[in-house]
Write a protein that binds this ligand. Structure first.
Ligand code: ZN
Length: 137
């Protein structure tokens, strides 16, 4: 049994495939509209700002801040039991988009809104590497 067996793993789709490939290469990939410069996440066919179909992929800085968070003290399933308590957070990337992730590598009681964080990557299966966030140093 691996540490992540039984967890709910994302299933890459044609629209998210590049994102998950990036994570496997330790790169946080987000979309950028070449027409208006808007960055977006999650991946979509069209720019959410100007509706252009000219959306490209760029590597994000990996830096952001905690926009909101909750501390999970009761695991949703046994697969998460060893990790409680853990933090689920909305991370606002420096580029603008918000994504949901975990804040790891620090005491859960130290996590706060506005906290600067940086991305790290953790392989949860052969196919899925998860982008996690930790306090920025
Ligand atoms: Zn646009």
């Amino acid at each position: 049994m691996g540490a992540h067996d039984g967890k709910f793993l994302p299933r890459p789709t044609p629209e998210t495939e590049i994102f998950w490939l990036g994570c496997r290469n330790n790169q946080l990939m987000i979309q950028r509209c070449t027409a208006c410069g808007h960055h977006q996440f999650y991946p979509r066919m069209l720019c959410t700002e100007c509706a252009s179909a000219q959306v490209d992929w760029v590597q994000a800085s990996g830096r952001g801040t905690v926009k909101s968070f909750t501390i999970v003290r009761r695991p949703v399933t046994e697969a998460y039991a060893a990790e409680t308590p853990y933090v689920i957070a909305l991370i606002e990337l420096d580029e603008g988009p918000t994504l949901m992730s975990n804040v790891t590598a620090c005491d859960v009681e130290k996590v706060h809104i506005g906290m600067p964080v940086t991305v790290s990557f953790e392989a949860w299966s052969d196919d899925i590497t998860m982008p996690l966030f930790r306090p920025a140093t």
